[in-house]
Design a protein around this ligand. Sequence first.
Ligand SMILES: C[S@@+](CC[C@H](N)C(=O)[O-])C[C@H]1O[C@@H](n2cnc3c(N)ncnc32)[C@H](O)[C@@H]1O
Length: 420
Amino acid sequence: MRDFINEVTVLSQTILHGHAYNGQALDPLGRFLVQTTLRHYFWLDSIVQTILDKPLQKKHQDLKLLLILGISATEFLNQPIYTSVNAAVETTKRLKKPWAKGLVNASLRTFQRTRQAVINEIHAEVALTNHPLWILDRIQADWPDQKAAIIAANNDPAPMILRVNAGKQTRAAYQILLAAKDLMATPCDLSPNGLILDQAVAVGDLPGFGEGWVSVQDSGAQLAAQLLQPKPFERVLDACSAPGSKSCHLLELAPTLDLVSVDIDADRLTRVSENFTRLGATGDLRCLDLAKPQPELGTFDRILLDTPCSASGVIRRHPDIKLLRRPEDLATLIETQRQLLTQCWSLLRPGGSLLYVTCSIFSDENEDNLVWFLANHHDVETLALPAVGVPRSIGVQLLPTKGVHDGFYYAHVRKMSPGL
Ligand SMILES: C[S@@+](CC[C@H](N)C(=O)[O-])C[C@H]1O[C@@H](n2cnc3c(N)ncnc32)[C@H](O)[C@@H]1O
C-alpha cells in the first residue's frame, strides 16, 4: 500500500529545515499533495491544532506534518477518504513510530466525524487566507482595494504558460501542433509569444521542447524582453540571469545580440547554459557579483536587471514562499537591489536603457527603490511603458491575477547623455 513517507520527508525540508520546496523525489500524486499542502498550510495547521488534545512534543513534529498531510489528502486528493487515512496510518511505521498508529488513525477519523464543526471554528485571518500575518499586513498597506483578489490569485494554482520561440515557430503554428496532441491552449493577451495551456503537462510531452521550439515561462515574465526592446547587434547585459528564461527570450527575439548573462550563483548559471544548449543559442556567461563594481565588463547599450526579491508576486507558483520568507529578509533584499541598481547603472552607456524588474508586489522593493535611485542620480530619465497593469509613480505593477499572469514590477529608465 502507498504511504506518505516521501511526502513527509519533502514537506519537513521546507517546514522544519527552511529549504525551498523540491519535489524531484516525488511521483505526480506526491507533488500535487505536497504543493497543495503548502498552499493550504495555515488552514491545515489550524485544523490539526484543534483536533489534537494537546500539542505534540518538538521531537514529534514529523507526526504533526503527517497529520497535516493526512488531512490535506482527505480534503484535496481525488481518492477515497479511507485510502488517505490508511496511507497516513501506514506511514507511522516508516517513521519508526508505530506507537503513533492509534493517534493518527483516531485524529483523522475524529476530523471526518466533526469536520464541519472544526472548520466553522476557524476564524483567524491567517488560517482563512493561508497567508502569514506580515504578508497580509503588507498587502493591506500597499494594495488595500486589491487585497482579496491578490489573496485569491495567490491561493489558486498557476496555469502552465508557454513561450513559443519566435525564431522557430509562429504562435499560431505551435498551437496547431499542440492541438494535434490534444493539448488545448489559449493565446496570452500580454505576450505575442505566450500560450496558456488548459492543463499542465510534462515538458517532455510538448512538441519540440528538446529542440527549443518552446519554453515554460509566465506571461508576466515574458514582458521583460519585449519592454527592453533590444535592437540587432546591441550589447546587452542580463544582470541577474539564472536560470536564463529572460536571456533565452532576448536571444529568440534578437539572435544577433551581443548578450552577456551574469549571475552570482555558479550552480544556477549552469541552468542558463543548459537552457542555451536546448535552444541552440550561444552566450557569454559570467559568474560575478554585480552588487560590486565590475568595470572589466565594459559598457552596455541595454541592461535587464531582474533583481533578487521577496518573490511575493509568484506565491501561486511557489507557495513555500509564504512559509520561508521572513519580514526581516526585506531590508537585506532592498539593500542588494539598490546596490545592483547603482552598479549596473555605471555599466550603462549614455543614451542606453535599463529595465528594472522584480517578481514582488511590495512597493519598497519596487517604485520606492526607483524613487530613491532618481533622488541620487541626476542622469536618469524615466521611459513610458505600455498600458499594462497598475501604473505607479514610476513604473507599472502587474498584480497576480487568477488564471492569467504572476505579479511583476517593471520600470524602464534611460541614462541621459552628459550635458543634456
Ligand atoms: C529573479 S532571479 C533571476 C531570474 C532570471 N532573470 C530569469 O528570468 O530566469 C534573481 C537572480 O539574481 C541572482 N543574484 C542575486 N544577487 C546577485 C548579485 N549580487 N549579482 C548577480 N546576480 C545576483 C540570483 O542568483 C538569481 O539567480
